[in-house]
Design a protein around this ligand. Structure first.
Ligand SMILES: NC(=O)c1ccc[n+]([C@@H]2O[C@H](COP(=O)([O-])OP(=O)(O)OC[C@H]3O[C@@H](n4cnc5c(N)ncnc54)[C@H](OP(=O)(O)O)[C@@H]3O)[C@@H](O)[C@H]2O)c1
Length: 267
């Protein structure tokens, strides 16, 4: 909502949260979107608790798959472009090199399965669609890994962080710019968008502490098995953003640069 209005001058941008639109209520949601007659619908609502999805499969599919279907039906009726934010968790992580947009998805968990079903509804129902897969998000609003590490560092002398999952931490301000550029250029199809470079959650955590000048907290690398979360995660889910670069000229900056910028803003 901060990026789109300034990058698409002259266009009006309306932002709705769950209080304004519940995508699980299909009739109401479709009618509300249709009434606005939008040119572009950016759909980022989701049930994002990855472990919660494992325990509440029904809700995961109701929001992430069927809720997305509601938005897609509305976009299609308005002949609007639809932008759908998807995830690296549609991949299983076995490739061990950056995933391309046309690599076969094979989600390991319910969250990934439900988001993939959302992708399939968008592709089937909407003519002008943009599916943007991203990963490891943090931003100025809401809970995220960076704020959680910094909060825990104030309370503890050691943090145990998973060291066997590799990805690209991505700053939502950078992602928003990429979404905006893709919309402005009229891009269509599936794109990957993430900050460049890669790391494990453990390295990410160590970098957050180092850049924040926190030296007294020890970081202990642990395995996903030791952490024992209900949902399996891919051990490697780096997204290749070559297509984004080729089609828009945009190369997203390295994750450590974006992180520095974020920390400057929150401080
Ligand atoms: N976070 C990541 O690392 C990551 C990675 C890849 C892709 N994504 C995708 O990026 C998008 C945003 O993720 P996020 O991490 O920012 O998640 P988030 O903070 O949980 O935001 C999702 C929003 O959707 C809302 N929502 C849930 N159910 C809804 C419903 N039935 N109707 C309308 N709104 C509903 C939530 O409201 P409540 O808070 O009230 O539930 C919340 O405001 C999602 O599509 C997610 O799948 C995220």
């Amino acid at each position: 909502m901060e990026v789109l209005p300034s990058s698409i001058p002259g266009d009006e941008v309306a932002g709705w949260d769950i209080e304004e639109i519940d995508i699980q209520k299909r009739e109401e949601a479709v009618t509300k979107i249709e009434k606005l007659r939008p040119d572009v619908v950016v759909h980022i609502a989701a049930y994002t608790d990855v472990d919660g999805c494992e325990l509440n499969k029904e809700k995961a599919f109701a929001v992430n798959a069927e809720g997305t279907k509601s938005v897609a039906l509305a976009a299609s009726r308005c002949h609007a472009k639809m932008v759908y934010l998807s995830t690296d968790y549609v991949f299983d992580g076995d490739k061990r090199e950056p995933y391309l947009e046309n690599d076969s998805p094979y989600p390991l968990n319910v969250y990934g399965q439900s988001k993939l079903e959302g992708e399939q509804y968008v592709q089937t129902l909407v003519e002008d669609f943009l599916i943007i897969r991203t990963q490891w998000l943090y931003g100025l609003y809401g809970k995220n890994f960076v704020s959680s590490v910094l909060r825990q560092a104030r309370e503890k002398s050691a943090l145990s962080i998973v060291d066997d999952q590799t990805g690209s931490p991505t700053y939502t301000a950078d992602l928003a710019k990429a979404i905006s550029v893709l919309i402005q250029l009229g891009a269509r199809g599936v794109f990957h968008a993430a900050n460049s470079g890669l790391c494990t959650w453990c390295t990410f955590g160590q970098t957050i502490l180092k850049l924040s000048g926190v030296n007294r907290v020890k970081v202990i690398p642990i395995s996903s098995k030791e952490l024992g979360r209900p949902a399996k995660r891919p051990s490697y889910s780096v997204l290749s953003c070559e297509k984004l670069k080729e089609e828009t000229g945009l190369m997203m900056r390295p994750w450590s640069e974006a992180l520095k910028d974020y920390l400057r803003r929150v401080n």
